[in-house]
Every structure is written in C-alpha cells, then in structure tokens.
Design a protein. Structure first.
Length: 303
C-alpha cells in the first residue's frame, strides 16, 4: 500500500487546525470535495479513522490526536529547513571553486580576491591555477577562466578585464651584446626564454601588424613555465622573453628591461570568467559575477 505524501498530511493538518472542512479547503486552496477525498484516502492508507465528522462538527479520534502531536513539530522542522534553503538564495555563502590559467590568476584575479572576500565573508574561495584545458563541470568547479578562443559554446562568459598585450623584452645588457631585433623573424637569430605546456607543446610566438600575421619558432636558451624564473633570467640578460605586459610594467618603467618590436604586438581581449548555463546559479558564484561587473565598471571609470 502506498505511503501518504505531504499533500495528504497537509490536508489533515489544515482540518485538524480549523476543525472545519470549508475553512481548511480555503486555507490550502483546494475544493472541499478534493479535501474530503484526500482525507478519506489517508485514512484508508493508514487503516485507522483519524476524525469523526458530522454536518456540524469535526473531532479528532485517538489516532488523529496521536498523529497531530507527532506531525506538527515534524512539519515545523520541514518548514524551517525549507526557509533556510530559500535563504541561501539571498545570502552568498559556501565554497566557490574557480579554475584559471596562471597569467589570469596573477594579473587579473589576484587584485580582486581580497576585496571580494571582504565583501562576502561567508564565502570560501578555492582557485586552482592550471595552464591546460579543464572540463570544469566534471572536475567539480563552479567556474573557469580562459581566453576567448578556448571558450565552449554552451558556456556563459563575462569579461574579466580590458585588453591585454604581449610584449617582447630583453635587458639592456643582452641587447648590447647581441643587437636589437627589428622584425619578428630576427628573433630566429637570438637566444629566447620560452615555455613548454603540460601537453608538451611549445607554442610559436605570434605577431600581427596591419592584418599581417607572422609566426616564429625561435631557439630556446631557457624553457620554463615559472614566471619568476623567466623574469629573473630576462633581467640577467639570458635572452629575449615574450610575456604579458602586466608582468613587466615596472621593469620597463625602470629601464631594467627594454620593449622590442612593439609595432608587431597588438592588444587582444582579456580573459573571461565562464560557467555552465543554468537557471539556478549558486549564490557564491552569483555574488562573484556581480562583484566582477562592479569591479569592471569602477576600472573603466578610473581610466
């Protein structure tokens, strides 16, 4: 025999509370006939009579009194639990997991993290920095960060920053010894500092000017994915380094590094925060999305 569902119990509680079928039916927005039928069905499933009713009155039986005494606090607990869950829609809390490539972490996310956690103290944040592509859904991430060409079509994406640029740099000491390249192809005759990704690929360096695209595969004097090591090597004159402008801004200002072939280094869109398209976005992720939107507005106004 089927167990009663919550709607049956809701009917019983309404009648027990009002001791009147018509008022109970109005309270839970059903017809009197439907309410009466549900109560009869509940009694049949339980095999006991819960109420004695006449045309003028409704009275609980001993079984009805017992059910009411146990059911009322249980349903209050259920109501409290549902209220707490609904409250999560309004309060950003819990763990937010984001996967992002190291440059996006270093140059874009890092300045946001402190202010975000201060604004949302109930949120715990985990950021995993990886260069390779990750399926954020199967890996258990709430969101990821990637550049536009690597975004899946079924994801929602929002811009995290303004345009970025690659710069080609070298120390004055290196240039004094080896000369200054004037064209991307001149890099083939220089020592270069390059990166090999976890996939084993060492990408060509790409340059663009007035619609003309040039790719070069310069010799690697040093191969490293560690930004600190690459920076140190470039400062020490080990070779020419191609990197994002955000890493070398201070070194360029101080003259410790010199920018090369600048007219071939055109800006490109910055990284995007992306996440699965779904109706109910987790509260912590929704808070971060809203925070990013406000951060970008303030960033634009300050320029």
């Amino acid at each position: 025999m089927a167990e009663p569902d919550l709607r049956d119990l809701d009917v019983f509680m309404a009648v027990a509370r009002t001791r009147n079928f018509r008022r109970a039916a109005i309270d839970i927005r059903v017809s009197v006939s439907s309410l009466s039928q549900r109560l009869r069905d509940l009694e049949e499933r339980l095999g006991v009579r819960l109420m004695n009713r006449t045309t003028r009155s409704v009275a609980l039986t001993e079984a009805g009194d017992l059910l009411l005494s146990r059911l009322a606090p249980a349903l209050r607990d259920v109501g409290d639990a549902l209220d707490q869950v609904r409250g999560l829609r309004e309060m950003a809390s819990g763990l937010l997991r984001i996967n992002a490539p190291p440059p996006a972490v270093d140059l874009v996310l890092a300045p946001m993290i402190g202010p975000f956690l201060k604004a949302y103290p109930q949120v715990d944040l985990e950021i995993v920095s990886e260069s390779g592509f990750v399926d954020i859904v199967s890996a258990g991430f709430d969101a990821g960060v990637r550049y536009g060409e690597h975004l899946a079509q079924d994801m929602v994406a929002i811009s995290l920053s303004g345009p970025q640029s690659y710069v080609v740099v070298a120390s004055p000491d290196y240039l004094a010894r080896r000369g200054k390249p004037e064209h991307p192809k001149d890099l083939l005759d220089h020592d270069c500092i390059r990166a090999r990704y976890s996939s084993g690929v060492m990408h060509n360096w790409e340059f663009e000017k007035a619609g003309q695209l040039v790719k070069v595969d310069p010799p690697a004097k040093l191969i490293s994915t560690n930004m600190g090591l690459s920076m140190r090597a470039a400062l020490d004159g080990a070779g020419i380094w191609a990197t994002l402008d955000g890493y070398v801004g201070e070194a360029l200002k101080s003259g410790a590094l010199v920018s090369l072939i600048q007219d071939w280094c055109e800006p490109f869109p910055g990284p995007f925060l992306y996440y699965p398209s779904r109706r109910q976005t987790p509260p912590a992720l929704r808070a971060f999305i809203d925070f990013v939107a406000d951060w970008r507005k303030r960033e634009t106004r300050s320029k």
